[in-house]
Design a protein around this ligand. Structure first.
Ligand code: FDA
Length: 305
């Protein structure tokens, strides 16, 4: 049953008509539980509140289905506005973004041009930018772009997904190049030819990636809500004597908030991924796909007047 619902929500996340309508509706159906607001001001306020509770953040201005150069340019401008808002408000926060938002599907060079603009703006403000990892079709090109950008900018890193067979090899290479990585299980529907179909194998691979990247001495962000992976990381850090400065835990805004604050209290660095903006629909559907149990709160909010 859960697998069936997962497929439905992942398919819904790609529905462009619903996405268009959702922008007009405003945050609905309980989406405000996992999306921090529609404006930059609302998002910065949420970041400030989270900082006061001992966790740092990364802001993501949501955006999907970018097909025109104008939309890509606007998304890049918005990233720079977000960096400026972080800088001016002095919150403890960096930026996450997706390359398809910046025109990757239109022209790789256009995307590179926007990334350089964003990374220079971030460097001027001493901020870090994380390139989120999208579906497998964009995986290698994202890593190629990262490598090109890192010739001029070191304030950029990316994400590696434990469900992909190729990820151990990628982590070994990126570890040698001292690239800070966010490690995740992986959020997209992928074929068994490129990704582990079984959750147990993904979890095992996740642990291997954490151990490989920490051993390389590179900065490691362990992004998960899974207690077993969190406990594995804590035990590994103690066993190997890694510094608490070498890694952080990351979780999504609105998911397992009590655990986020508890980990921070225990002395671990915790970063919350804070998405905002009117293009909330695809992100919200992917979160429902991860946990169809959350559909209950959607239904409740649907019937609430
Ligand atoms: P898993 O799905 O096994 O869940 C473990 C437990 O966590 C569940 O049993 C439940 O208790 C809780 N939980 C998980 N999801 C929940 C939800 N939606 N609501 C409530 N409880 C939930 N993916 C990607 O492909 N590219 C990327 O760039 C990123 N970026 C990213 C950043 C950050 C900060 C996080 C935390 C995650 C991502 N992801 C991602 C998503 C990631 O790949 C993965 O889909 C989710 O984190 C869910 O996997 P978990 O590791 O949490 O474990």
């Amino acid at each position: 049953m859960e697998e069936w619902m997962k497929k439905v929500f992942l398919a819904l996340s790609k529905n462009q008509k619903l996405n268009k309508w959702a922008k007009k509706w405003g945050l609905r159906f309980g989406a405000n539980r996992v999306v921090a607001g529609e404006t930059i001001e609302e998002a910065i306020q949420k970041v400030r509140e989270l900082n006061q509770k001992g966790v740092c953040c990364t802001l993501d201005h949501l955006g999907e289905f970018v097909f025109s150069e104008q939309e890509a340019g606007e998304a890049a401008d918005y990233c720079i506005r977000t960096l400026e808002a972080i800088h001016v408000s002095k919150v403890d926060c960096n930026l996450s973004l997706k390359l398809t938002q910046l025109g990757l599907d239109i022209d790789k060079n256009l995307c590179l041009k926007h990334m350089r603009r964003i990374l220079q703006a971030a460097k001027d403000r001493k901020l870090f930018v994380r390139i989120d990892m999208e579906d497998y079709a964009h995986n290698q090109v994202t890593l190629d772009i990262l490598r090109e950008l890192r010739r001029d900018y070191l304030n950029v890193g990316t994400v590696i997904q434990a469900y992909l067979y190729k990820s151990q090899e990628d982590v070994r290479r990126l570890g040698k190049e001292r690239v800070g990585l966010r490690l995740v299980k992986g959020a997209y529907k992928e074929s068994g030819t490129v990704a582990f179909p079984n959750k147990a194998d993904v979890d095992e691979n996740f642990k291997k990636l954490i151990s490989l990247h920490l051993a390389s001495g590179s900065y490691t962000a362990v992004a998960t809500h899974d207690d077993a992976i969190i406990e594995y990381t804590k035990a590994l850090q103690k066993e190997k004597g890694y510094s608490l400065e070498q890694f952080e835990f990351q979780m999504l805004y609105g998911i397992r908030a009590a655990t986020q604050f508890e980990l921070a209290k225990q002395g671990y660095r915790v970063r919350v991924y804070v998405p905002f903006g009117n293009d909330w629909y695809g992100y919200f559907m992917r979160r429902l796909a991860e946990r169809p149990a959350n559909v209950a709160f959607v239904l409740k909010s649907f019937f609430r007047k």
